[in-house]
Design a protein around this ligand. Structure first.
Ligand SMILES: Cc1ncc(COP(=O)(O)O)c(C=O)c1O
Length: 391
């Protein structure tokens, strides 16, 4: 038997196809200059890690268990999990976690183990919850009830209390949002726990969807209660949003006692199956690990405060232009009345009903905000009704 004798390198791309790629990159670079509406930073540089892309790495299985698939980055993934456990005040002995494909997978994980903990539990989530959550609830066949939200996007505690009272015989699974998608509102865990106490409900589960604000609140002085200190059971945080990554990623953290309920030993890969997917990204844990070690907690704090200051600046400038913008406490999401499609499109702004928002991620500078508001002001001059929603 001869050794395989084909070239490992690929032949060069056809010149017209190479040109197409070049044009595509140019297009993306231009669009990235007008990227104000979605919570993904473009400020990161993982160039030193690119050699790892040349290997078939895979983090299949439980990062805390030995695996026969040795081309993994479990060691780094564990360190990332421990770092986030520290940020969310988890005791390392009590918490398990892994690096996910993003916030959605982390939420699916939380709902999955909550449903395994309370198979007949009822999931409560607010109107402002991310659109992926009702889909996850359908996928895992979890009984659920949508609760009203307040105007700022926070869950309506009165509606939650009244609904829970009606269903007192069923263990509640609370799906709390820590930074809602459209308005950056934070559901208050202390108030939710008080509702449980008022209704004499001893057994319940709280999952926090902290996709964006899970990387903001640990760095502010007066944070709303949202983490393991506040008594939650699991949390999902996105990695590609505030830390930044060219490949979506995130963290799922949960109390070990819940995870043990779902762990299954899998002989094929010689490890425990505790995660949602089988094959898992081994590069993104390296990205997160690299960011943690190059930026560090002080670096993250500096970045978060920059973003908060930029959000303050944006609100002030909107007001100066006569536009009723606002933001929630500790949020970098600046909400204002929806404007014309051409402005939404140019600045890639998310909108819903009569509002739009910008999110002052680390790449957003004053010049971006100045230019956006100049565009809105010019549109209003031409058409006074433009951007005149209630905000
Ligand atoms: C509150 C909230 N939850 C979940 C998600 C989904 O996260 P991902 O896009 O990382 O899957 C988002 C995305 O913006 C979000 O805003």
């Amino acid at each position: 038997m001869n050794d395989i004798n084909f070239s490992l390198g690929s032949p060069p791309l056809r010149p017209d196809l190479q040109q197409r790629l070049n044009d595509f990159l140019h297009f993306l670079q231009i669009e990235a200059e007008h990227f104000l509406g979605y919570p993904c930073t473009r400020r990161f540089d993982y160039t030193p890690l690119y050699p790892f892309l040349g290997l078939p790495m895979n983090n299949v299985g439980d990062p805390f268990t030995e695996s026969r698939y040795h081309l993994n980055s479990h060691e780094y993934e564990r360190e990332v999990v421990r770092y986030f456990a520290g940020l969310t005040h988890a005791s390392p002995d009590e918490i398990w976690g892994y690096v996910t494909n993003g916030g959605t997978e982390g939420n699916m994980y939380g709902i999955y183990i909550a449903r395994e903990t309370f198979p007949d539990g009822l999931v409560y989530y607010s109107e402002a919850t991310h659109y992926s959550v009702p889909k996850i609830l359908r996928m895992v066949h979890a009984r659920n009830i949508m609760i009203k939200s307040q105007k700022n996007g926070e869950i309506d505690y009165q509606d939650l209390a009244e609904t829970i009272r009606i269903h007192r015989d069923v263990p509640p699974i609370i799906f709390a949002t820590i930074g809602t998608t459209m308005t950056g509102a934070v559901d208050n865990i202390d108030k939710i726990k008080q509702i449980m106490q008022d209704n004499a409900i001893p057994r319940y589960y709280i999952h926090c969807d902290a996709a964006l604000s899970g990387m903001i609140l640990p760095f502010v002085k007066h944070s709303q209660p949202f983490d393991f200190n506040a008594g939650i059971d699991s949390i999902a945080i996105s990695g590609h949003k505030m830390i930044g990554s060219p490949i979506p990623c995130g963290l799922a953290l949960a109390r070990k006692k819940h995870v043990e309920r779902i762990a299954r030993a899998i002989e094929y890969v010689g490890t425990l199956d505790t995660t949602v997917t089988g094959s898992r990204n081994a590069i993104t844990p390296l990205f997160l690990w690299y960011a943690i070690h190059t930026k560090g907690t002080d670096g993250f704090r500096e970045i978060i405060h920059y973003c908060l200051d930029m959000a303050k600046y944006a609100v002030k400038l909107f007001h100066k232009a006569g536009i009723p913008a606002w933001r929630n406490k500790n949020s970098i999401t600046v909400v204002f009345p929806k404007c014309s499609d051409s402005i939404l499109d140019k600045w890639q702004l998310a909108s819903q009903h009569n509002i739009a928002h910008i999110i002052t991620m680390p790449h957003v500078e004053t010049r971006h905000i100045d230019n956006l508001i100049a565009d809105i002001a010019a549109a209003r001059k031409e058409e006074p009704q433009a951007c005149a929603g209630t905000g």
